[in-house]
Design a protein around this ligand. Structure first.
Ligand code: PLP
Length: 453
């Protein structure tokens, strides 16, 4: 089957139409709303279809979207509508997924630090649970003895296959904090014995890392999980019924798929092809499969837009001061080498800027000098009132805001562009997250306690 990849030029043109319409409709009003985020609802559908088409239809696969990549409840609900499940790693993400309408059989709980109460509730509800370590396994023993025998429970392995290019995002190093380190002396035997003692342990989980992990390294981790599952099943045929292969398909957001220096991001079909080549047993029909893709589902389906408030020159450097910085792009501000982003320049009405290009810093509103979206970037010369767009920020950016300087969370709008000729140019916006008000900022920083005392 040829890979079905979402149409990239169409996506860039939807983005540009949405920006024009947002400017015209006052969603980026310089006084009221100088920064906002946008989610391409049609793009979500395209991506979900590409994901589902990439995996063989004859296999039993649950694509559990990793909620941390974009936990906005309406986004999760849209993904549910497109046939995905949901992977959650905290009580908050679990509550968000439940609010989005996911039923327990479509949910997977993975957090590395779970309280006894969280474990008990998840097992009682029939949510799949992946156990991180032997101490957690002992807690689950007591709960399973209490009657959750139908539970879908697995153990997360650390296959210790090595690190990708971003150490903080790699989860299968020798000393990584996640899972049971399979190659540590005695651990493999201990884990095998643990499975054979517990017929209810029927899943194996692995997640090699997020961004910067090559497909072959990802596949090596999945291969280790399948090999371990087969080892259990050699001793007790049929015990392990499923492999949760995790997520971690990288997305190159530093380069535009719609620009000359095209991005080299693997597709879902590329991932499946590498898994097929490296881990053929995964596809032989003996196992159910859970995937946990996050970034690759949402990154290209969202963008940020912010007004330029002022411009200036400092030590010969041209600087544009905008309303988007670390509060919506924390990783890029703190680790710019690992998390480069593109920045696009538009005029005040949201049309691509025609100004002469020159190197500029694009700075945010936070009070530390690293609060930059881009440094010495060649861009059309920005001026007060212009708009900057940060494409491909649908995962891990505006949906994971940072409260530094008490900056409020910006609004997030979903958009749909009409494609029929009669409606040419019409863009419909749906609010996905309301702008946080200054009163709400005060309330969440203890102000409400003072008022009520
Ligand atoms: C973060 C995470 C994912 C998703 O990773 P992506 O790079 O966003 O695909 C999946 N599974 C687990 C356990 C994770 O921690």
């Amino acid at each position: 089957m040829p890979p079905i990849s979402p149409s990239v030029p169409a996506r860039a043109s939807r983005r540009d139409r949405a920006l024009r319409a947002a400017a015209a409709q006052g969603l980026l009003d310089p006084a009221q709303s100088p920064v906002a985020a946008f989610v391409d609802l049609a793009g979500i559908g395209e991506t979900a279809r590409a994901l589902r088409a990439a995996w063989p239809p004859e296999l039993d696969v649950l694509h559990a979207f990793a909620a941390k990549a974009n936990p906005l409840v309406p986004v999760l609900a849209a993904l549910r509508g497109h046939g995905l499940g949901c992977e959650v790693s905290s009580p908050g993400e679990l509550a968000q997924a439940r609010a989005a309408g996911f039923t327990p059989e479509r949910l997977v709980l993975d957090s590395p630090v779970k309280t006894r109460a969280e474990l008990a509730a998840a097992l009682a509800d029939g949510i799949a649970v992946n156990i991180d370590n032997f101490e957690e396994l002992a807690r689950v023993d007591a709960l399973v003895a209490g009657g959750s025998a139908a539970a879908r429970v697995g153990v997360r392995l650390n296959p210790q296959v090595g690190l990708g290019s971003i150490e903080a995002m790699s989860t299968a190093g020798r000393t990584t904090k996640f899972g049971v380190a399979l190659d540590d002396p005695g651990n493999r035997e201990r884990l095998l014995a643990a499975y054979l003692d517990r017929p209810w342990l029927r899943w194996v989980h692995v997640h090699v890392g997020s961004q910067g992990v090559p497909l072959e390294l990802n596949a090596a981790g999945v291969g280790a999980a399948v090999a371990f599952a087969r080892e259990v099943n050699r001793h007790r045929p049929g015990q392990v019924v499923g492999i949760d292969v995790g997520g971690g398909l990288p997305v190159d957001v530093a380069h535009g798929p719609d620009t000359a220096d095209a991005a080299e991001s693997p597709t879902f079909a590329d991932h499946v092809a590498v898994l097929r080549a490296c881990v053929p047993d995964l596809f032989d029909g003996s196992f159910r499969i859970v995937t946990e893709y996050g970034r690759s589902v949402m990154a290209r389906n969202g963008f940020l837009a912010a007004r330029v408030e002022y411009t200036k020159t400092s030590g010969g450097r041209r600087i544009a001061l905008t309303h988007a910085g670390a509060q919506v792009a924390a990783r890029t501000a703190y680790a710019p080498e690992s998390w480069p982003l593109r920045v696009l320049a538009y005029d005040a009405d949201g049309r691509p800027s025609a100004a002469r290009p020159e190197p500029q810093d694009v700075a945010g509103p936070c009070c530390f000098s690293g609060d930059l979206l881009a440094k010495e970037r060649l861009l059309p010369r920005l001026a007060e009132g212009d708009l900057v767009v940060v494409p491909d920020t649908g995962a891990y950016y505006f949906s994971a805001p940072y409260h530094y300087n008490s900056l409020p969370m910006p609004p997030v709008y979903g958009f749909e562009t009409a494609d029929d000729a009669a409606d040419e140019g019409t863009v419909r916006f749906t609010l996905l997250r309301a702008a946080e008000t200054v009163d709400e900022v005060v309330a969440r920083s203890g102000g409400a306690l003072l008022e009520s005392s």
